[in-house]
Design a protein around this ligand. Structure first.
Ligand SMILES: [Ca+2]
Ligand SMILES: [Ca+2]
Ligand SMILES: [Ca+2]
Length: 203
C-alpha cells in the first residue's frame, strides 16, 4: 500500500491548501455513506463485519478471480484491529485499496461493484494524502502536517498545536508516522462515519 501511494505521489496533487481538503468534506461524507449500502451487500449475515468467506462470495458473484492468497493479503492490508472481521471503516480502506490497484481486471470489477461514481471521492482522499506527504515517501510525518496547516493559517499562534492535534488523531499506532490507512481511518472519524453510527441504519 505504501508502494502504491509512493507511485501515486509522483503524479502530484491538485490541492493547494489544507483548507481546500476540508472544503471537500461534505461531498466525501455523502459518498462514504453510499459505501454503506455496498458494505451491507457484502455482509451476508448482517453482523456488522465482513469476514473472508463473505468477501470471497462477493468476488465470486462479481466474477473476479482473486486467489485465496490475494484475498487474504487484501484483508490483512485493511484489518487494523487484527481480528478477522472487516468493519465499515476498514471496508473504506479496502475500497480505496481496490481503487489504487490499477489492474484492468480490477477496474472492470469496480464498475460492477458500483464503485464507478465513488472514484472522484477516492481520488480526493488519495490527493489529500499526497498533498500532506511533502517529501513523497508514502508516509505523513508530524512536521508535514504542521507545515500543511501553517501554510493555511499563517501567523496564527495556535496553528502549531492544531497540527500536533490533527497528527495525533491520525497516528493510530503512535509510531510517529501516518500511513494512508491511518489517514483514511482518521477521515472516517472526522466526517463522522464510524462504527458508532449504527443507529442511522434503523431509519
Ligand atoms: Ca458478516
Ligand atoms: Ca512524508
Ligand atoms: Ca502510525
Amino acid at each position: 500500500m505504501v508502494e502504491a501511494m509512493q507511485q501515486r505521489a509522483q503524479k502530484g496533487t491538485s490541492l493547494k491548501s489544507f483548507n481546500s481538503v476540508i472544503m471537500k468534506f461534505p461531498k466525501i461524507d455523502e459518498s462514504l455513506r453510499n459505501c454503506r449500502t455496498i458494505f451491507q451487500q457484502f455482509d451476508e449475515d448482517s453482523n456488522g463485519e465482513i469476514d473472508q468467506e463473505e468477501l470471497k462470495h462477493c468476488f465470486q458473484k462479481l466474477d473476479i478471480s482473486f486467489t485465496d492468497e490475494e484475498i487474504k493479503d487484501l484483508f490483512e492490508a485493511c484489518d487494523i484491529y487484527e481480528h478477522m472481521g472487516m468493519k465499515f471503516n476498514e471496508f473504506i480502506v479496502f475500497l480505496c485499496l481496490v481503487y489504487l490497484l490499477n489492474d484492468p481486471l480490477v477496474s472492470e470489477a469496480r464498475k460492477r461493484m458500483g464503485l464507478g461514481n465513488l472514484e472522484p471521492t477516492f481520488e480526493t482522499l488519495v490527493d489529500s494524502f499526497v498533498f500532506l506527504d511533502k517529501n513523497k515517501d508514502g508516509y505523513v510525518s508530524k512536521n508535514e502536517v504542521i507545515e500543511a496547516i501553517n501554510e493555511t493559517t499563517a501567523g496564527e499562534r495556535s496553528s502549531g498545536r492544531i497540527g500536533v492535534k490533527r497528527f495525533e488523531e491520525m497516528d493510530w499506532d503512535k509510531n510517529g508516522t501516518v500511513t494512508f490507512k491511518e489517514f483514511l481511518f482518521a477521515f472516517t472519524r472526522w466526517v463522522g462515519i464510524d462504527d458508532n453510527e449504527d443507529e442511522d441504519d434503523e431509519e
